[in-house]
Design a protein around this ligand. Structure first.
Ligand SMILES: [Zn+2]
Length: 183
């Protein structure tokens, strides 16, 4: 006997399908549970209303790109914030931990006619910073860029703030030379 089911609106059918987790049917292999395929970061109300997180979020909103003054965007998590310049997400990237007054790491990029300089400042402990500067050739195909890397500077000690601003290449190289002499 054929049973005729009442028609359901398509939207309801789709909604029901969306609620069901997809089951992988792969013959001869072990299906991967849906939950481990993608770890979605969900901020619950408890997290969003946490005063420390709210304070951290507020602080993060006050941060600006040191090179162009633009706002920063990115991921703010109760344990850390990973941010980048909204104007140019390659020129400034940083990581902040809540309740601290210096960033855990910062990456600044300078582009001149022939070279790109990547300045990476990483904090170790409470007040020791490692500043590394690498130079890359801009006159090669992007896939070969990394092979042109030349280490220009590597220093651990006080935080060097000088490079947190735009400057002409001659000023940059002069300062780099000076730091290399004294480091
Ligand atoms: Zn910027």
């Amino acid at each position: 006997m054929v049973q005729i089911l009442p028609l359901q609106p398509l939207s309801r059918v789709r909604a029901a399908a969306a609620r069901k987790p997809h089951k992988l049917k792969v013959i001869g292999s072990i299906p991967i549970p849906v939950t481990t395929q993608m770890q979605l970061e969900i901020k619950t109300d408890a997290v969003l209303n946490d005063p420390l997180f709210r304070q951290f979020n507020k602080f993060v909103n006050t941060l600006r790109c040191p090179l162009c003054g633009s706002r920063l965007d990115g991921n703010v998590h109760p344990r850390e914030a990973r941010l980048y310049c909204v104007n140019n997400n390659a020129e400034y990237i940083c990581k902040w931990l809540p309740g601290e007054n210096t960033p855990a790491s910062e990456m600044l990029r300078f582009w001149y006619s022939q070279y790109e300089y990547d300045i990476l400042i990483t904090r170790y402990g409470s007040s020791t910073f490692r500043t590394q500067i690498n130079r890359f050739n801009l006159d090669v195909l992007p896939i070969y860029k990394n092979s042109t890397r030349k280490e220009m500077f590597d220093y651990s000690g006080d935080r060097i703030l000088f490079f947190r601003q735009r400057m002409e290449e001659d000023v940059f190289l002069k300062k780099l030379k000076l730091y290399n002499v004294f480091s």
